[in-house]
Design a protein around this ligand. Structure first.
Ligand SMILES: Nc1ncnc2c1ncn2[C@@H]1O[C@H](COP(=O)(O)OP(=O)(O)OP(=O)(O)O)[C@@H](O)[C@H]1O
Length: 435
């Protein structure tokens, strides 16, 4: 790439980072003041359920979660901006979809039994986490323990899109590697998705590990994460033409039995001809180089999620986000986007040793040039993946014979036992800040 072209791309990138900041702050302000929301034209099917509303301490202060939260990106050149009437039509369509959603509101499928549930039956037990769009709480509903994600609706079209996508995609999915949805409740100004409860996300585990000075994620746990995440992503692509677009440690969850599942489809997209065309969404520190460059960001494929998974895995096994974050995020994104700078590699890791297969696998995922980065089907043929694939291989069978099949559960429960829950809220140096 010649210097002039690269300089131009840097300037584009800088402009976009500024817009991210601006839009992020705008969105946060709206979200943090749910009572200020303007009323909508949607008829209220259910009254907002006071016993299930989140308390003020569940609202996130607006100076955190900045770098890892999905941010809206709209860079349509002025001449291509849709006319106001077209924008309104799109908003109307979203409002219509929201109203249509009311029809299934309150119908939960709990252990194979469809039942109509009143929102007052949701008994909130405690906070599990919070994201840029709402909070996730543990709750008891008809004697079933579940996670309930509450997202607040406001006048912002992107916010509405995000809520509808999360509801729609969660209802569509039926995979052992994706958190299951039991159903949802729609209100005038919020939505509650009831889902399978998990024990902890990778982000929280990493924080507990770091502050208790335990060893970071072992290679075999990373192998199981890779197997589960790629199986989930391949399922989304093949069965529903969906690209996740927000792979990061907080969206990969563990349960006590060692199952690993993906969650959070708020910024996922539907693909046409295997390409995503949306300009919105993403979490900058985990975004692939091609998504950070102006000429390719509006057209990319699932290999962008392969990069995000690679960065996530690198972070889990080393305890470090692989790019410097102490500086402004603009510098970080510039380093990621510059194809002339090397990708992170476990080859350089001095403190822990990893198998050559694992190092090679991660190097494939972290190829900066998207044309050289493999798709899921190629990764699924790699020996590192096959080692963790129960359908594939001798290596996996051998592990089972040796009684190691529940190694992940054992590791997970040991981490929980040896670390403190309060550490889940403490930061780790040079790691993107989440919720
Ligand atoms: N089904 C679940 N069971 C247990 N905990 C969950 C579940 N779903 C989400 N969580 C927890 O809640 C946190 C917030 O989830 P959510 O999907 O709202 O946001 P996020 O991905 O962390 O952030 P953002 O929405 O900004 O990307 C997760 O990081 C996780 O720790």
């Amino acid at each position: 790439m010649d210097n002039v072209c690269f300089q131009q791309r840097l300037r584009d990138l800088e402009t976009r980072v500024r817009k991210w900041k601006f839009l992020r702050l705008g969105l946060t302000e709206v979200r943090l003041r749910p009572r200020d929301r303007r009323s909508t034209s949607v008829d209220q099917k259910h009254k907002e359920c006071s016993s299930t509303s989140s308390s003020p301490q569940h609202q996130r202060p607006n100076n955190i979660g900045y770098l890892t939260s999905p941010m809206e990106r709209k860079f349509t050149p002025l001449s291509m901006k849709p006319s106001p009437s077209r924008r309104d039509t799109e908003k109307d369509a979203l409002e219509f979809e929201y109203m249509e959603g009311y029809k299934k509101s309150g119908t939960l499928d709990i252990d194979g039994v469809k039942q109509t549930v009143d929102p007052n039956e949701i008994q909130i037990l405690g906070l599990l986490g919070s994201g840029s769009c709402g909070v996730v709480e543990s709750a008891m509903v008809r004697k079933k323990l579940m996670a309930v994600k509450t997202m607040y609706k406001n006048d912002n079209k992107e916010n509405l899109k995000r809520i509808l996508r999360d509801v729609r995609i969660m209802s569509l999915c039926d995979s052992p590697f994706i958190v299951r949805s039991y159903g949802y409740f729609m209100f005038n100004s919020s939505v509650k998705i009831c889902m399978q409860i998990m024990s902890a996300c990778c982000e929280k585990l990493l924080r507990r590990i770091y502050h208790s000075k335990l060893d970071f994620f072992p290679e075999y746990v990373a192998g199981h994460i890779v197997y589960s995440a790629i199986s989930a992503l391949d399922y989304l692509k093949e069965k529903h033409s969906i690209i996740h677009r927000d792979i990061k440690p907080s969206n990969i969850l563990f349960d006590d039995s060692g199952n690993i599942k993906l969650c959070d489809f708020g910024i996922s997209g539907f693909m046409t001809n295997s390409m995503s065309h949306s300009k919105s969404a993403g979490c900058p520190p985990y975004m692939a180089p091609e998504r950070l460059t102006i000429e390719t960001n509006s057209k990319y494929d699932v290999r962008s999620d392969v990069w995000s998974l690679g960065i996530t895995i690198y972070q889990l096994v080393t305890g470090l986000y692989p790019f410097p974050l102490k500086d402004l995020e603009f510098t970080t994104l510039t380093i990621i986007a510059n194809l002339n700078l090397p990708s992170p590699s476990l080859k350089e890791e001095k403190t822990r040793s990893f198998s050559p297969l694992f190092i090679e696998f991660l190097d494939f995922c972290l190829r900066k040039d998207v044309r050289e980065r493999p798709e899921y089907k190629q990764l699924m043929k790699h020996d590192f993946f096959l080692e963790y694939d129960p359908a594939s291989g001798d290596a996996y069978k051998l592990k089972n014979i040796n009684g190691n099949c529940n190694q992940v559960a054992e590791w997970f429960n040991n981490v929980i036992k040896q670390s403190k829950v309060e550490d889940e809220l403490k930061q780790i140096p040079n790691t993107p800040c989440v919720n």
